[in-house]
Design a protein around this ligand. Structure first.
Ligand code: BGC
Length: 843
């Protein structure tokens, strides 16, 4: 096939007016936000609130609603709708305009003071990206609380509690962060005293302490809006007014108190050790912990209220021959308004050789919008591998004999026993080799064996007493697999490999790194050359040979580009890097730049956690496709998203970018978003950060220490699911080490697990500047591991590759295999005329 390179034009438009694209995409962002908002409390049906009602809005998030997190997870949109604007536009009468006006003044003052403080520090240190992040995270912006509350002309007050967080720093279990500050407490106390009805909205990327609910009894409504993107205020009004019936469900368990989380005391900086993070809770992460150990939570995983009610019941359970079990469920809207429901299926696996968590999510589905009285039949599919556990002793995924109990509900707590699957014999479904072994033995949490087996027996008795359907799974009908491991250098596409034979060693080395770009000086999270604000691009050295250079831009809350840039004498005028890293905080004034202006306004969608709270695969595909279309428009090939690390602890500074504490929800959502993006010709996703990037403090050097079983069942599972059901074009390794080996240099992760075991066909890249931080992580080490591209690329990487090639420490065949995988994807990119959607076969 002849490949014709597209001619590059300057990205974006010279027309400053709002475009059709922006208008269309805002609607999708609004829909996604409204679908993801979770209604946690609705006493006396305080919600919905009639349009036209008078309300008072308080809290930092009233007029300064936080749309998303900071750092590379930020997005530079044209304009964001605050809750204040959204509610006003929907027709509510805002009774405390004066308070809001005052707040805006205070906010601007605090923000300017903060910016000046940062600029001063940066000037002292020189403009380097890592300095910037360091400075930025060491001076987090604390939003002011606002003036004292005076009762306004309304009975209802809405208090919006907001927080900002971002990469390179974890949050703290202290006042003003996880806990309310004294000022916030006081304000909430005053509001509760002055207003008859109080509604609270949580506008934070991660969890916060909710014990104020016990103190103030007139908080009748509680909404979890996370950070809802640029249309957050409109989406909020949609839910508050009842235009949209809430249907979001929590993607995490909300404990009563921080200390209830199993790793609370030792997480990140809490124990003074940010070097080694031991995952002692083992498989007991999130609800797997609370549910197995019987620890009560405030709001359970999968929980969310509606304005209507639903009935649901199982109509059929069967084991199909395509390695799946199928549960049919009929759902009926029994209430008085339209709405959607999320039906969740959990499974209890029998304890045997391996100890099991009490229940795990295995399938879920959201209904369409059902009118009152309307029903829908859903078919929930459990892939057999979601019933397996990992046996490190005889390495492989095993199904143990016994009765697998099924639980169906609209939350974990509401899930009721509904049937069982019987397995009469043990089966090794997939035989693997061990990976990422522990350097030393690790002491992990265990359940009490007697309690476990008593609980299992009770469930079985209940199954019988209630005459619930059980089906036999005939193991002879299941196909099993023994993984054959091919070496890194053998895993290539023959045509792309042939192409690499035409490249000189120098070209191979260039292609193994991003293009540092003369103008930018390299090393930045905004090192893109052709599309300003993009995170980087691949090397241009082989363009003459027909190999395009592709552009990579962040996510996950949309596409992160500069809002605008200038072109003078046919060249892009360079901008200070802060512009892009900081989402406009450092944005130069419009007149500061010479030349003609180009605009690149992108759509800020809700952050990852809120997207996960939709539990809506179809909608997330639509969101993904919308992002893909923006990529196409701006000339971006790879989106550096979805972020899919597990919410191991509420304080991780990047939780907002990630989906959930649960790997199945995480994996299926990442797959849906990828499937959407990759519907667009030549566009693809980059699932990240592979793997165990669960801490931001000291993120470049922290060592995640965990057992192989836990690694595979909890932290890799989502990646495995996403790869097998969506074949993302690429993947990004994380900064941290896993059991003593940098993820970027891990042969076990890149070659053994991703490629050989899961069949990943794309290419792998490092996170930005990974190889610069610690000399044990090298560019040549990446190539040996099967990590194909070092981003954004710098001269030390080049020297290291040259030296190791020359000395024969790096085998040129390994390097060629990496470049061949990169070429294989570049050839399918939107940088060529007539590109088609990426076609790699899904499993
Ligand atoms: C982040 C990545 C991001 C990259 C490029 C890094 O700091 O960890 O998630 O994609 O920068 O901006």
């Amino acid at each position: 096939m002849e490949r014709v390179l597209k001619e590059r034009t300057f990205s974006g438009t010279q027309d400053p007016e709002v475009t059709e694209r922006e208008l269309k995409n805002r609607k999708i962002a609004r829909k996604a936000a409204a679908q993801g908002i979770v209604l946690l409390k609705n006493e006396n049906q305080v919600l919905p609130l009639k349009k036209g009602t008078a309300v008072s809005l308080y809290g930092t998030g009233a007029s300064k609603t936080v749309k998303g997190g900071t750092g590379s997870g930020d997005v530079n949109e044209r304009e964001s709708i605050s809750i204040y604007s959204g509610m006003k536009a929907a027709g509510y009468l805002i009774s405390n305009e004066e308070w809001i006006k005052n707040y805006d003044i205070k906010y601007e003052k605090a923000r300017n003071a903060w910016r000046d403080e940062i600029l001063l520090k940066i000037e002292g240190k020189g403009e380097k990206a890592e300095d910037f992040f360091e400075v930025y995270s060491s001076i987090p912006f604390v939003m002011p609380a606002g003036s004292a509350v005076i009762k306004a002309e309304s009975d209802t007050a809405i208090y919006i509690l907001s927080r900002v967080a971002g990469e390179n720093a974890d949050r703290h279990a202290k006042s003003g962060d996880y806990f309310l500050s004294n000022e916030e407490q006081q304000m909430l106390a005053d509001i509760c005293q002055l207003y008859q009805t109080v509604i609270v909205a949580i506008n934070t990327g991660g969890m916060v302490d909710l014990s104020f609910l016990e103190k103030f009894h007139n908080i009748k409504g509680l909404l979890q809006i996370v950070q809802p993107g640029m249309e957050g205020g409109n989406a909020f009004a949609d839910v508050v007014s009842g235009d949209v019936t809430p249907s979001g469900k929590l993607a995490d368990s909300w404990a009563f108190q921080y200390d209830d989380y199993p790793n609370a005391a030792k997480y990140s900086h809490n124990n003074g050790n940010v070097k080694t993070e031991t995952y002692e809770e083992g498989i007991y992460v999130g609800y797997r912990y609370f549910d197995s150990f019987g620890i009560p939570v405030r709001y359970c995983f999968g929980f969310g209220l509606s304005y209507t009610t639903f009935d649901y019941s199982v109509t059929d359970i069967r084991v199909a021959d395509e390695q799946v079990a199928e549960i049919k469920v009929i759902v009926k809207n029994t209430g008085e308004v339209k709405g959607k429901e999320v039906i969740q299926l959990y499974i209890s696996c029998p304890n045997g050789k391996l100890e099991k968590e009490y229940r795990r999510l295995v399938a879920y589905q959201k209904t369409r919008e059902l009118k009152p009285g309307e029903s829908q039949e859903l078919s929930l599919i459990i892939p057999i591998q979601q019933m397996t556990s990992y046996d490190e002793g005889e390495p492989g995924w095993i199904l143990e004999e016994g009765i697998y109990r099924l639980w169906l509900g609209n939350s974990l707590a509401a899930a009721k026993l509904c049937g069982g699957i019987v397995l009469e014999q043990k089966l090794v479904l997939v035989k693997t080799e061990n990976i990422c072994l522990l350097e030393e033995k690790l002491k992990e949490f265990h359940q009490n064996k007697t309690i476990c087996s008593e609980r299992e027996q009770m469930d079985i008795i209940k199954l019988k007493e209630q005459k619930l359907p059980t089906v036999l799974m005939d193991i002879s009908s299941l196909y099993t697999k023994v993984i054959i491991y091919h070496e890194n250098k053998k895993i290539t596409d023959p045509l792309a490999k042939e192409f690499t034979e035409t490249l000189s060693n120098e070209e191979l080395i260039h292609l193994a790194m991003g293009d540092p770009g003369k103008a930018q000086g390299g090393n930045l999270g905004a090192a893109g050359i052709s599309v300003p604000g993009s995170a980087g691009e691949t090397h241009q050295c082989a363009i003459e040979k027909g190999l395009a250079s592709i552009v990579l831009a962040d996510g996950p809350a949309g596409l992160r580009l500069m809002k605008y840039y200038n072109v003078k004498s046919n060249k892009i005028v360079s901008m200070p890097f802060q512009f892009s890293v900081e989402g406009g905080i450092f944005c130069p004034e419009a007149d500061d730049l010479p030349g003609e202006r180009y605009y690149q306004y992108c759509t800020a969608i809700p952050v990852g956690t809120l997207l996960a709270q939709t539990w809506d695969i179809e909608l997330l595909e639509e969101v993904g496709q919308m992002i893909g279309e923006e990529m196409q428009y701006f000339g971006v090939t790879l989106w550096l998203a979805p972020g899919m690390n597990i919410h191991r602890n509420p304080l991780c500074g990047r939780n907002f970018e990630y989906y959930s504490e649960d790997p199945i929800l995480t994996g299926t959502i990442a797959a849906a978003v990828t499937n959407g993006v990759q519907k667009v010709p030549g566009c693809g996703t980059t699932i990240k950060h592979f793997a165990c990037n669960n801490q931001e403090d000291n993120r470049m050097e922290s060592n995640s220490v965990l057992s192989e079983r836990v690694l595979r069942e909890i932290y890799l599972k989502g990646f495995e699911i996403a790869i097998q059901s969506s074949q993302p074009m690429s993947m990004m390794t994380s900064y941290n080490l896993v059991n003593g080996v940098h993820a970027a240099n891990s042969y076990d992760l890149c070659t053994k697990a991703a490629r050989n075991e899961w069949g990943f066909k794309g290419f792998i890249m490092t996170d930005w500047t990974t190889t610069e931080q610690d000399e044990t992580c090298t560019a040549a080490g990446c190539m040996r591991a099967g990590n194909d591209l070092v981003m954004p690329g710098n001269f030390c990487d080049r020297d290291n590759l040259k030296k190791e090639l020359l000395e024969g420490v790096l085998n040129v065949e390994d390097l060629k295999a990496c470049i061949a995988r990169l070429v294989h994807i570049i050839w399918q990119s939107n940088q060529y005329e007539n590109a088609i959607p990426y076609q790699e076969k899904k499993i």
